[in-house]
Design a protein around this ligand. Structure first.
Ligand code: ZN
Length: 60
């Protein structure tokens, strides 16, 4: 099976991690940058992208 960078980007590119409670939020970078995305659990507004050098698949 081939890997699709586009698909991976689509899957993991829209996921952000709350900097306060580390919960994952699915959103768009646009919303995060504009500060319109709020965390469900803590109401925080600072997020980082999920991709941080670690492969999302097979990590666990
Ligand atoms: Zn949070």
């Amino acid at each position: 099976m081939a890997k699709f960078p586009e698909a991976q980007k689509r899957m993991f590119g829209n996921v952000f991690v709350c900097k306060r409670c580390k919960s994952k939020q699915r959103s768009t970078s646009q919303k995060v940058l504009l500060g319109k995305q709020t965390c469900r659990s803590c109401g925080g507004k600072s997020f980082r992208t999920l991709r941080k050098g670690k492969q999302a698949s097979g990590a666990k």
